[in-house]
Design a protein around this ligand. Structure first.
Ligand code: GLU
Length: 444
């Protein structure tokens, strides 16, 4: 069976880190099984769906490193949904209901007052053709419900194992609104069936939907795909992703300078049995991906982890990968410089700070009189040889001539040459500063 998965966001906002988790899981599964990945835009909510969000979703997916094999909008498939609705009506699985939202609300309240679960009473199913005609003559248009079979729905979830949903305790779901537009439950199943989707990987907030949708697949005469419901991201405090965290949009993260692989790796690895660690590329992440590694407990997400992982990702990044990013950021940086500084940055843009330290005048540090003398006299031993061994040769010579060792031996030099107490290995950094400039900074 060749794998077909889909990611189905509604274009009603920008993608955020929680959406990224679902998208990345589907992508990794497709990569791992040499399958196909479909981007479906669930835009049947005309009021809230916007073209600008649809466009942003496509851009953000590319930024993240996900390349879909095909894409479509549900709004282009309305005729198809109407056709399937007719087939379900003919099979007696879709029935007309005429209650207004208020009437339904009153019914629910009466049921609750009697201590009965607020399940739809199937009044619509009992209407005769004459009663329907009367209601329609009053100006009412029907909405349409799926007639659920009163059996336990049972499925083997790829992540959660055995799942049982008692359909008898559920209301028959509305599939079509009064204005004839399809609801998500319906259009989603029609599309999953039409696209030949083999695995539906999505958040566990959809488990109950899946129960209903399995019956709908069956009513349509199609075998339901395999479902895998992953845990959701929650704030570190344990609450659902707050507005603030939820608003960590992918484009916001891109603008703030996060690497796509940082976001993809974090979104994929938190809440699993794999440690959160830098991952080189999607193929490597795909090799790690297994349903059984995903925890059933919520995945705690702390945005501070993103900064740490971004830094760790850059520390391991090869120059060939970094180069286009540096060019895009307008930073002149060759391989030697990259190797020297990558361990001391959290974002690619931080490289500029080191370029400036190497090539522009720096503030003179405050040194004790003794250290100031030491620094000045050190210039006399500065080797002519200007390469990766220069620092070692220089320090050895100074050690022998001054008797200094440890921090007093190198720190005054680091401070004088970089203006900072911490930074890249001096052995790597020193040859990147021009020899004349070094002499100048030493006070010569
Ligand atoms: N548009 C739905 C959502 O974003 C899709 C859910 C699904 O994957 O079926 O929640």
């Amino acid at each position: 069976m060749s794998v077909i998965v889909r990611f189905a966001p509604s274009p009603t906002g920008f993608l955020h880190i929680g959406n990224a988790r679902t998208a990345v899981y589907n992508w990794l599964f497709a990569l791992k099984h040499a399958g196909q990945f479909i981007l479906r835009l669930d835009d049947t909510d005309v009021e809230r769906s916007k073209d600008e969000f649809a466009l942003a979703i496509v851009e953000d997916m590319h930024w993240l490193g996900i390349h879909f094999h095909s894409t479509f909008k549900q709004s282009n498939k309305l005729a198809r949904y109407a056709q399937v609705a007719d087939e379900l009506r003919a099979k007696g699985r879709l029935y007309a209901c005429y209650e207004t939202a208020d009437e339904l609300d009153r019914k629910r309240k009466r049921q609750m007052a009697r201590g009965v679960p607020p399940v739809y009473d199937r009044a619509g199913l009992k209407l005769t053709a004459e009663e329907r005609a009367v209601l329609e003559a009053e100006g009412r248009s029907p909405h349409w419900r799926l007639l659920l079979n009163d059996v336990d729905i049972h499925f083997a979830d790829g992540i959660r194992g055995d799942v049982r949903i008692a359909a008898g305790s559920m209301s028959d779901p509305v599939l079509i609104r009064e204005d004839g537009s399809p609801l998500y439950t319906f259009s989603s199943v029609v599309d999953d069936a039409d696209s030949g989707v083999t695995h539906i990987i999505r958040g566990e907030d959809h488990v109950t939907n899946s129960g209903v949708q399995i019956q709908l697949f069956e009513a349509m005469g199609t075998k339901a795909p395999i479902f895998a419901h992953h845990n959701l991201l929650t704030a570190a405090s344990g609450e659902g992703l707050s507005k603030r965290l939820g608003s960590l949009s992918l484009r916001g993260l891109a603008r703030d300078g996060y690497e796509p692989m940082t976001v993809a790796a974090l979104a994929a690895l938190i809440g699993t049995s794999d440690a959160v660690a830098p991952v080189k590329d999607m193929d490597t992440l795909a090799q790690l991906f297994e349903f059984h590694k995903i925890s059933r407990a919520p995945a705690k997400f702390d945005p501070a982890e993103l900064v740490v992982l971004n830094a760790r990702t850059l520390h391991e990044m090869e120059f060939v990968i970094a180069q286009p990013k540096l060019v895009a950021a307008g930073i002149a940086c060759n391989e030697a410089l990259w190797r020297a500084v990558r361990g001391n940055i959290s974002f690619v843009k931080d490289v500029q700070g080191w370029v400036d330290i190497i090539s522009k005048p720096i503030a003179t540090p405050e040194l004790s009189a003794e250290d100031a003398d030491y620094v000045k006299s050190a210039a006399a031993s500065l080797p002519q040889q200007w390469d990766g061994d220069t620092w070692k040769l220089w320090i050895e010579a100074l050690k022998a001539s001054t008797g200094r060792k440890g921090k007093p031996l190198f720190m005054p030099l680091r401070l004088t040459l970089t203006g900072l107490e911490h930074g890249p290995e001096m052995a790597q950094l020193l040859p990147l500063i021009k020899r004349d400039e070094v002499l100048k900074r030493l006070g010569i």
